[in-house]
Write a protein that binds this ligand. Structure first.
Ligand code: AP5
Length: 208
């Protein structure tokens, strides 16, 4: 099974959803820069204070902050690891290549028009980071996380205007990583405009 996997794809493509399933079924450690940054913002840490204005605008947090954060986290993991939301720029990918070999990059491919409705109807758990959707993945009890019982919330950056900006930022800065990992021979594209469980079956084949 592939050990180090990068999850690529635009906002709302299903990186968190499929990453959560891989973690539950195969025990991967999921390192999500988005989850780490949101926790830092909630706890008002120095990193959180610096990151907040970028996140609220749907912009990327500066590379030096992110690379430092991930280098620390990567040192702590052993076993299979999923990198969700990192790298997001060629500079971040080069920095990652210096500390870790990537075995597989999964590109979750979804048309932009589908993403806006996915994100504006997403609900997230602040405690365990589980992800829900008002239509396609409802929690058993409305507004409550199935896994840990916390109250679900809507992310600040899931408002339509911010989502549009995040998509532009993705196309400009992160989409080039598809070519980057294709050239390294580790890219697999996962068509991801379909049923969550059917997509997971494709993901499971790709990680073997
Ligand atoms: P981050 O948290 O990483 O956000 P993102 O990449 O924009 O991705 P999302 O979490 O929005 O989407 P996802 O692909 O995980 O989709 P999900 O599974 O939740 O980053 C947030 C911000 O932090 C950035 O804007 C930036 O400011 C900063 N940041 C983070 N990393 C950074 C970095 N490396 N460098 C610089 N800045 C960084 O699914 C979405 C919804 O769709 C859910 O409701 C889900 O239930 C539903 N859904 C999923 N799959 C399906 C399906 N197949 N069918 C129907 N619905 C589905």
């Amino acid at each position: 099974m592939k050990k180090t996997i990068v999850l690529l794809g635009p906002p709302g493509a299903g990186k968190g959803t499929q990453g959560e399933k891989l973690t539950d079924e195969f025990g991967y450690t999921r390192l999500s820069t988005g989850d780490m940054l949101r926790e830092a913002v909630r706890n008002k840490t120095e990193l959180g204070m610096k990151a907040k204005e970028y996140m609220d605008a749907g912009a990327l947090v500066p590379n030096d902050l992110i690379i430092g954060l991930m280098n620390e986290k990567i040192k702590e993991v052993s076993g299979g690891v999923l990198l969700d939301g990192f790298p997001r720029t060629v500079e971040q990918a080069d920095a990652l290549g210096k500390v870790m070999d990537v075995d597989l990059a999964l590109d979750f491919d979804v048309p932009d028009e589908v993403l806006i409705s996915r994100l504006t109807q997403r609900r997230s758990c602040p405690d365990c980071n589980a992800v829900y959707h008002l239509v396609t993945k409802k929690p058993a009890k409305e507004g409550i996380c199935d896994k840990c019982g916390a109250k679900l919330y809507q992310r600040d950056d899931d408002k339509e205007e911010t989502v549009k900006n995040r998509l532009e930022v993705y196309h400009k800065n992160t989409r080039p990583l598809i070519d980057y990992y294709q050239k390294k021979g580790v890219l697999t594209v996962i068509p991801s405009d379909g049923d969550i469980n059917a997509i997971f079956e494709t993901v499971k084949k790709a990680i073997q």
